[in-house]
Each structure stands twice: as structure tokens, then as C-alpha cells.
Design a binder for this molecule. Structure first.
Ligand SMILES: Cc1cc2nc3c(=O)[nH]c(=O)nc-3n(C[C@H](O)[C@H](O)[C@H](O)COP(=O)(O)OP(=O)(O)OC[C@H]3O[C@@H](n4cnc5c(N)ncnc54)[C@H](O)[C@@H]3O)c2cc1C
Length: 644
């Protein structure tokens, strides 16, 4: 175990770093030459008071600020400055026990349990360290999103989805920033993982798992513009609850030989001096305070998200923090980010997400009908986006930046069509069954005749009127806002009639006319930033879920799964389907367990000597290019200038 670091080395790969500097030298040379050509003098070296000077200079002249001096540091050193802290120092003689295994998993939630079970079923010796006590262990959530399980297709009768469409749609949600191999694994294997997860359930138990947004109405269009509506997420909570389901999986892992240690929290990794190789984990017993060491060829961080660690959350899910105007971010998960912190402290990279959590980057107008794709208006009464663009979370991003704290939702008498024909997905309604529709009917009816008082039968204020003018008055719109709102409804209806929404590109099939009363309105405040269910950004990993350090090189022996890993939800928690978060943890836990048990993962380690040989060849080639092509040209130009 290494207790002390040389800070100059942490998380770095020394040889490639030297090469990087050599390469930077070549580029710097090119830049200096370019300066000569343009007749500029080189920038002066930064002085000790440069930042202050830089700021003042920028204010006066618009010039760039002084350099930060951060180049070459790890993300922990730069991003974590002030809050990440150091690894605890634990002397060798303070370790009460040492256990050797093939694979050490830290965290027995959705991801960790799946890794442990799959790897032990395939013959590996696995130890799982979980901080919760065994008797009160609980798992989060209810819904497992996935594609094409036998449960979904054969038992429930949901049509098979195209994995190709799914991957492309997912990357559109993610603006191309999700880790493609992980998304491919989810698209192709999440159904298999779900069937494996519920293997051994009785027929009745399988029948009692609830397929969300199923059945759909007759004539339901699964394609909505560029997106597919993925109905059929598997909800637990009937005869088998989510905690029970995860415990069943833990029991299967134990039966296959995995050892679960409850009541101990991982506090640091065992690693080499420069943080490029991990060989174990040290955990602290919450009752005795003793430390225990677990050694393995692979250590998997699966400790969940950063929900209760606001400093970390603010830094990593930066967009939420900005949109919430620096209200501290927090999530209901309650996980403290310890897994991500252990990785960052040895130099691992973390994903800086756009959004990065379940929805607090987006304005989601949760009306009494949930995140409904009716007509959305901003505080001026203007329509401002395609409300049906990829479900509430994706279309909610536009609203997040609209001015002020007010929005209005409007729909007509045919609310049932609006409700039952939208894109299924996170924060849209989960159920479209007869009971849900009957409850909704009661809510709508209660609003009729409630006038300017509105009605809060559903727990939210809903307004209802015979005319649109009256509805605007009931919602308290000023005259100018009302005029805009009425014009927006007119345009909406015209777009639906014309079969093209040239204003924002919404699929006209989903633009239910707002012509027949009674008319309904829901004015709401905008809640952006701050709180969500869970954060989904974590350590950057390769397609094999190996944690990445400096130079984006994988750290030998270190893997991250579930919400300890990033690169899965870069556009926040996209709304592509309900339960995609647990679905992702389960599926990628399953594939990681399989990878660790069946692959010689050493073959993916960097062979530094070979790598450096290639780098050196490239650098020599660049230097030759500069000497041969650029320098003579520069000299010729300089001579020309000198000769007038
Ligand atoms: C109220 C709520 C409802 C949700 N509902 C859904 C849903 O229905 N569908 C969905 O897809 N998503 C849902 N989510 C999100 C989902 O639960 C998470 O994304 C998911 O649990 C992440 O799984 P994980 O394995 O990464 O982490 P977790 O499930 O959080 O598991 C991490 C485990 O590691 C343990 N641990 C933490 N730190 C340490 C440590 N240092 N050492 C040892 N053990 C440690 C924890 O005790 C925990 O058991 C919900 C979230 C919340 C808060």
C-alpha cells in the first residue's frame, strides 16, 4: 500500500508526460514563428501578480487573462481544489485483516450487485464491501428500463425495438457525448440482463411486474418526430419490491461463492505511487472503526452518486449549479460521492456533464397531467420551443433559460388524446391504465366551474374556462401576455391544420387542436437547478468501464460502474425511457462482471515502451516538418521584410 504521494507524480504516466511536453515544445515553436510572421512580439512571461494585472487589463482592453498554471494537473487537483481533500493515511499496522480475491467490488447497490453476481457465476472469487448494515439494507427506485427482454416481448407482448434506432436516438439526446460502447451494450444486452435479473422468479411474480405505459391506445404512434416512444419499462413493487429484488440477486451471488461484507465503507484505494495501478481497497468498519484491506486484480467502484455531497455536485454538474443561480445542488439518493472521490484522489478523470443529473438542468412543467406535451408558453405568453422534442427532459432545456419564473400550459377539451398519445419517458406519465385515466377525469371535472379560484383536487392548481380569453384572465395574465397567448394558440391550431410546425418543428401529429372547450390552463413556476433524484455523472471510463487517468489512459485494475461512472447521460438524465438509470446500472454491471471474469483484461493495459516509441516517431516527424518546410519559409519572409 502507498500512503504517501509525490504530488508531482500523482495520476500521471511519467513517460508519456515527457513526450507530451516535447510535443508541446514543437507546437510552441510553431506558434512563436507564427507570431514573427504577424509581426507581433511574444507575450511577456506571467509575473507573480499576473492574475490581478490580467483581470485589470482585460477590463480595460479586452485582452486575455494571465495563464492559470494548471496545465498538466489532475482533475482532482484543479476541480477538487478546496473540497476533495486527501486520501486518509492508514499505517500498515492499523489494518486489522487482509483478504485476497480476484475482484473487489465497493458498493452492493444495483451496479455492484450485478457485477458481483455475474463474475461469481462465471467462476471468479469476488468480495463485495457495502457500507449499509445487512439487516437494514435498501436499494433505490422501482423501474428498470431496458430493450427487448423476453419478459417484455414474449410475456407482455410489446413490439421489439430497433437497437439501431435506439443508439442513434440516444446519441442525439446526448449530443454525441455518451460513451458509444456502453450505449451499444445497453441497446443490445439490457433485455438479456433483465431476464437474468428475474431468473428464478415464479410465473406469477413475473406476471405481477408492471410494464409502464402499457397498454397503449389503439393507433398509438411509436415514432414521434425523430424519437421512438419506449414503452414497457419493468416496474417492481407488486409481489417483489426493488430492495427484495436486489437482495435476491445478492443471494444468487453468494450461492455462486461471492462474499458480502456489510457495515464497512471503502475509504481509499491501494495503489502505486503515481496512481496508475490499483491493487485493492481499504474499508472502515462502522461499528469497530477497524480498517480492513481487500486485494484484487480488479477493484470496481460502485458506490452510487454524489447526491449528498453538494461541493462535489456543484463542481461536476456545473450546469445545474449555474442554472440554479448557485443554489447548492443535492439529490435524494443520499450517497456521498465517496467512490468518485477515491478515484479522483489518485488522478482519475471525472465527466463534467451538461446537466448531469435527473432533471434539475431542465424546466419540467409538471402539471396535474405530469410532464405533458401540450402548448407551453413563457411568461410573456409566447410559445418558445418544440414541447414534444424528446420528452420533458430534453424539451425542458429550452425553458430553463427563458426569463423569469413563470410559464403557462394550455390544452383543450380533448385532454385524453394529449395525455395518452405522448412520448413515454422519464417525468412523463408512467401509467395510462383505466384507473389513471379515471383519476385524471376526476381532476378535469373538478376544475370545471372553479373560475378564477382554480381547483387543486390533484394537489396542483388547475384552471378551466369556456373561452380562451376567460382562461387567460383566470390565470392572471396581463393584457399584453394574454394577447400573445391567444395569438400562440391560433398559430398552434394553424400549424396542426397545415400539417407542419414551421415555427419549432414539432411533429404535427402530436399537436392536438385547442379549439373545443372546456379549456384548461396550468400556470407554474420554473424550478431549475438544485435538487433532483440522483446525479448521473461520475468517473470517466473506457468502453470496458475502466477508469481513466491522465492522458485518458486507463488506470490498471480500477473500474467504475453505475453512477460512479460518467459518460452515460451527458445531457442530464435524458428522458428516453423510464428507469434507464437502474437499467444502465444493471446491464453494465452484468457486462462488466462478464468482462472481468472472462477477458484477460491485462491485455488492455498500456504498453508504455511501444506507445512511447510511436510518440517519439511522431514528434521527430513533426520536428522534421518544421525544420524542412516552415523555418525556410519564415526565414525567406523575414529576409523579405528586412530588405523592404
Ligand atoms: C427516490 C429515488 C427513486 C429512484 N427511482 C428510480 C427508478 O425507478 N428507476 C431508475 O432507473 N432510477 C431511479 N432512481 C435512480 C437510481 O436509483 C440510481 O441511479 C441507482 O440506484 C444507481 O445505482 P448504483 O448501483 O450506481 O448506486 P446505488 O444504487 O446508490 O448503490 C450504491 C451502493 O453503494 C453503497 N456505498 C456507498 N458508498 C460506499 C462506500 N464508500 N463503501 C461501501 N459501500 C458504499 C451504498 O450504500 C449503496 O448500497 C431513483 C433514485 C431515487 C433517489
Amino acid at each position: 500500500m502507498t500512503n504517501h504521494h509525490d504530488d508531482g507524480l500523482r495520476g500521471r504516466i511519467p513517460l508519456s508526460r515527457r513526450n507530451f511536453l516535447a510535443g508541446a515544445g514543437v507546437l510552441a515553436m510553431g506558434a512563436a514563428s507564427a507570431g514573427m510572421i504577424a509581426g507581433c512580439s511574444p507575450a511577456p512571461a506571467a509575473e507573480s501578480d499576473a492574475p490581478a494585472k490580467g483581470g485589470a487589463a482585460m477590463a480595460e482592453t479586452g485582452a486575455a487573462a494571465a495563464a492559470t498554471g494548471n496545465e498538466g494537473k489532475t482533475m482532482g487537483e484543479v476541480l477538487g481544489a478546496g473540497w476533495l481533500g486527501e486520501e486518509p493515511e492508514i499505517a500498515d499496522d492499523a489494518i486489522a485483516s487482509v483478504t485476497d480475491a480476484d475482484i473487489v467490488v465497493c458498493g452492493a447497490g444495483h451496479a455492484g450487485t450485478a457485477v458481483a453476481r455475474r463474475a461469481s457465476e462465471l467462476g471468479k472469487k469476488v468480495v463485495v464491501v457495502e457500507m449499509q448494515p445487512e439487516d437494514t439494507f435498501s436499494a433505490l427506485g422501482n423501474d428498470i428500463g431496458h430493450l427487448n427482454s423476453s419478459w417484455q416481448v414474449d410475456r407482455v407482448g410489446i413490439p421489439e425495438y430497433s437497437v439501431v434506432d435506439f443508439m442513434n436516438e440516444y446519441q442525439m439526446y446526448a449530443a454525441g457525448r455518451a460513451q458509444p460502447t456502453l450505449i451499444s451494450q445497453f441497446a443490445n444486452r439490457s433485455g438479456e440482463a433483465l431476464d437474468w435479473f428475474i431468473d428464478g422468479y415464479t410465473e406469477q411474480e413475473k406476471d405481477e411486474l408492471i410494464p409502464l405505459n402499457w397498454p397503449v391506445v389503439d393507433g398509438y404512434q411509436y415514432k414521434k418526430g425523430p424519437f421512438t416512444s419506449y414503452v414497457g419499462t419493468c416496474q417492481f413493487g407488486g409481489s417483489v419490491g426493488m430492495t427484495d429484488a436486489v437482495k435476491r440477486s445478492q443471494d444468487k451471488a453468494k450461492a455462486a461463492g461471492a462474499q458480502f461484507v456489510f457495515g464497512q465503507a471503502g475509504v481509499r484505494l491501494v495503489h502505486n505511487e503515481d496512481g496508475t495501478e490499483v491493487t485493492g481497497l481499504i474499508a472502515k468498519d462502522s461499528n469497530t472503526g477497524e480498517y480492513h484491506q481487500y486485494n484484487g486484480d480488479a477493484v470496481v467502484l460502485a458506490c452510487g452518486d454524489i447526491g449528498s455531497n453538494s461541493a462535489m455536485y456543484n463542481a461536476i454538474c456545473r450546469e445545474n449549479y449555474e442554472l440554479g443561480e448557485y443554489k447548492d445542488c443535492a439529490a435524494m439518493s443520499g450517497r456521498d460521492g465517496s467512490g468518485i472521490a477515491m478515484g479522483m484522489r489518485i488522478g482519475a478523470k471525472v465527466e463534467i456533464a451538461t446537466g448531469g443529473d435527473m432533471g434539475s438542468h431542465a424546466f419540467i412543467p409538471l402539471s396535474p397531467m405530469e410532464g405533458i406535451e401540450c402548448l407551453w408558453l413563457n411568461k410573456y405568453g409566447e410559445r418558445y420551443c418544440n414541447e414534444a422534442f424528446g420528452g420533458p427532459l430534453l424539451s425542458g432545456c429550452a425553458g430553463a433559460r427563458e426569463p423569469g419564473d413563470r410559464a403557462y400550459l394550455i390544452w383543450g377539451g380533448d385532454w385524453k388524446e394529449v395525455f395518452l398519445n405522448q412520448l413515454a419517458g422519464h417525468l412523463a406519465p408512467k401509467e395510462w391504465d383505466a384507473e389513471t385515466v379515471a383519476n385524471m377525469e376526476a381532476t378535469m371535472e373538478a376544475a370545471i366551474g372553479s373560475g378564477a379560484e382554480g381547483d387543486d383536487t390533484s394537489g396542483k392548481f388547475l384552471y378551466c374556462a369556456d373561452t380562451l380569453e376567460e382562461l387567460c384572465d383566470f390565470m392572471g395574465m396581463e393584457e399584453g401576455v394574454k394577447a400573445n397567448a391567444l395569438a400562440a394558440v391560433e398559430k398552434w391550431n394553424a400549424a396542426g391544420d397545415a400539417g407542419a410546425d414551421t415555427e419549432f418543428g414539432r411533429d404535427p401529429e402530436t399537436m392536438w387542436p385547442i379549439k373545443q372547450g372546456p379549456f384548461y390552463g396550468y400556470p407554474c413556476g420554473k424550478r431549475i437547478g438544485g435538487g433532483s433524484l440522483v446525479a448521473t455523472s461520475g468517473l470517466l471510463v473506457t468502453g470496458r468501464q475502466q477508469v481513466q487517468g491522465q492522458g485518458f489512459e486507463p488506470i490498471k485494475g480500477l473500474f467504475a460502474c453505475g453512477n460512479n461512472s460518467g459518460g452515460r447521460f451527458p445531457m442530464g438524465y435524458n428522458g428516453i425511457m423510464n428507469g434507464v438509470s437502474i437499467g444502465m446500472c444493471l446491464c453494465l454491471g452484468y457486462t462488466l462482471g462478464e468482462f472481468l471474469a472472462t477477458e484477460d483484461f491485462d491485455r488492455y493495459e498500456v504498453k508504455l515502451e511501444k506507445y512511447n516509441k510511436i510518440m517519439n516517431i511522431e514528434i521527430r516527424a513533426m520536428k522534421r516538418l518544421v525544420r524542412r518546410d516552415y523555418l525556410p519559409a519564415i526565414n525567406r519572409y523575414a529576409a523579405k521584410l528586412a530588405n523592404g
